[in-house]
Design a protein around this ligand. Structure first.
Ligand SMILES: N[C@@H](CCC(=O)N[C@@H](CS)C(=O)NCC(=O)O)C(=O)O
Length: 205
């Protein structure tokens, strides 16, 4: 298998975390975003939207990180990251969707405003930052309630849903708004639990 991605990309990290959880080595193909490699014809042939990651498994090509992690979980042996019980599986799907709809975008906006733009010598826009922060607050308040009395998003077992949230939670930490996590006891305990997993430590360090 080949993964086309970038080690710092949130979507790539989800995929690499699933591979690490499964103990599976795939060939990593570095896509140089800074040089625009993802907009070149060879990459557009793999991913018509010109982003990363992309999985190649022999003659099969798959893009979209959430589709890739589901495929890898079903295909590879090792720890099962999708609950078998119907309602737990439905909850996993719900939280994957919540992450995509109400969390990933504002968390990445915070990262851009607080880390990426300053790194390039540019100033962030305070109103974009505040609007994104308000959205993250609203979402994490919902997560805080949902995690009362349960260890993981899908209930008692660690799943693809937890993995899909981790890169965006980390965006908050590196953007120095980690208090959005630590001020919420259930979210804080969950983040501590999932971010200590060796697979995530390997991928994120
Ligand atoms: N929905 C896509 C999003 C992919 C995406 O936005 N990837 C980012 C990196 S995390 C990217 O390639 N950005 C470069 C760009 O937008 O030009 C997925 O989950 O795979």
């Amino acid at each position: 298998m080949k993964i086309y991605g970038h080690p710092m990309s949130t979507c790539t990290r989800k995929v690499l975390t699933v591979l690490a959880e499964k103990g599976h080595e795939a060939q990593f193909v570095f896509v140089d975003l800074a040089k625009g490699a993802h907009k070149q014809p060879d990459h557009l042939a793999r991913h018509p939207f010109g982003v990363i990651p992309v999985l190649e498994d022999e003659d099969f090509t798959l893009y979209e990180s959430r589709a890739i992690i589901r495929y890898l979980d079903h295909k590879l042996p090792g720890i099962a990251l999708t609950p078998t019980e119907l309602r737990a599986r439905a909850q996993m799907d719900q939280w994957l969707s919540v992450e995509q709809s109400y969390f990933a975008t504002p968390a990445v906006k915070i990262f851009f405003q607080r880390v990426f733009l300053p790194m390039q010598g540019k100033e962030g826009d305070a109103s974009i930052f505040e609007a994104a922060k308000a959205e993250v607050v609203r979402t994490l308040d919902v997560v805080e309630k949902a995690l009362a009395g349960q260890e993981y998003l899908a209930g008692s077992s660690y799943s693809l849903a937890d993995i899909s949230w981790m890169p965006y939670l980390q965006c908050l930490v590196v953007s120095k708004v980690g208090e959005l996590i630590t001020d919420r006891p259930n979210v804080a305990a969950w983040w501590k639990r999932i971010s200590a997993r060796p697979a995530w430590v390997k991928v994120s360090s």
